[in-house]
Design a protein around this ligand. Structure first.
Ligand SMILES: *[C@@H]1O[C@H](CO)[C@@H](O)[C@H](O)[C@H]1NC(C)=O
Length: 310
């Protein structure tokens, strides 16, 4: 079964150091007005560790975007297209996370991702700068949507195998690699820090690199993505609308907790668990109760997560 693929790690403690590095870099050739309140939409997924009928977002993706200077709005895979379009016009970038969802037309998660990515493509075609980042399953989703070919993916024997990256000829000229610090590009090529999984997670049954080089690499990928998002000008109409949409209305659960009798640990250390159809945000003033409910659901979900880890 396909493992989750990613090149990403992060550690907020390094942020100050990285910001100092950034300041030392020359300013971009063309000065444009950047959006200093970037918001990243993250698409939720069904399946474990989500509660039955609900969905989840791993906390690590939220922190990853936050550490690079963004805030996060959850987009629920099962909400209406109208609601997705409404959120799309407020967010400045889209993150498709890793996970185990089915990538087939007709499956609600894939159809939601397909809809959002096509919105992004259309927006970019019309001169709106809108970045999309895919990690692991998210990257696979992007490959299928952009190529319009459901057979574009092939099986690879790369499970739990951090490795160096082999660059092809186009890599050097790519916007992505030429935007990363040269030391990160070199480390990716020379050290096994690219992991086909959520490298910023902590399960001990996987060999996830947590070396300083791996952490900086993940952080710089986030910096790149959020830097791109700052070029987008979508925004909420007002602060109340922003408050209503932000993921801060929810509390993440500790899903990676070691428990006796569990065969395997869960993949995700912390997870936002959304309950109910379309996982609507709780009403104003009901935040604390909803958080407690989410945490309780988390405890129940954690018990079944081990059996169902992909
Ligand atoms: C889809 O991708 C597969 C694998 O790369 C390829 O063999 C096939 O020709 C592609 N199909 C189309 C219609 O491009």
């Amino acid at each position: 079964m396909a493992r989750r693929h990613t090149l990403l790690v992060q550690l907020p403690a390094l942020l100050a150091l990285l910001m100092a590095c950034q300041a030392a870099r020359p300013p971009p050739a063309v000065q444009e007005q950047l959006n200093e309140r970037p918001i990243i939409g993250i698409l939720s997924q069904p399946g474990p560790p989500a509660p039955e009928g609900g969905s989840y977002i791993a906390g690590s993706y939220v922190k990853w975007a936050e550490a690079a200077g963004a805030r996060v709005v959850p987009i629920f895979y099962d909400e209406s297209r109208e609601q997705m379009l409404y959120k799309f016009n407020i967010i400045n970038g889209l993150l498709l996370p890793g996970g185990g969802a089915k990538l087939q037309k007709g499956h609600p998660f894939f159809d939601a991702a397909d809809y959002l990515v096509k919105l992004a493509i259309k927006a970019n075609d019309q001169g709106d700068y809108f970045p999309v980042h895919g990690t692991c399953l998210g990257m696979e989703t992007l490959a299928i949507v952009v190529s319009r070919n459901v057979s574009i993916l092939s099986d690879m024997d790369a499970e739990d195998a951090p490795a160096p990256l082999l660059y092809n000829e186009e890599a050097e000229d790519s916007h992505f690699f030429s935007s990363l610090p040269p030391s990160v590009v070199r480390n990716l090529q020379n050290t096994p820090i690219a992991m086909e999984n959520h490298a910023h997670e902590w399960p001990t049954f996987l060999h996830i690199p947590h070396s300083p080089e791996a952490v900086v690499m993940g952080q710089e990928v986030a910096n790149f993505f959020v830097r791109e998002a700052r070029r987008n000008k979508h925004k909420p109409h007002n602060e109340a609308e922003e408050d209503d949409l932000l993921i801060y209305r929810y509390a993440p659960a500790f899903t990676g907790r070691h428990m006796e009798g569990r065969e395997e640990e869960a993949d995700f250390e912390q997870t936002y668990l959304f309950t109910g159809p379309h996982a609507r945000a709780p009403r104003a003033g009901a935040g604390a109760g909803a958080g407690a409910a989410a945490a309780a659901a988390g405890a129940a979900a954690a018990a079944v997560a081990a059996a169902a880890v992909v």
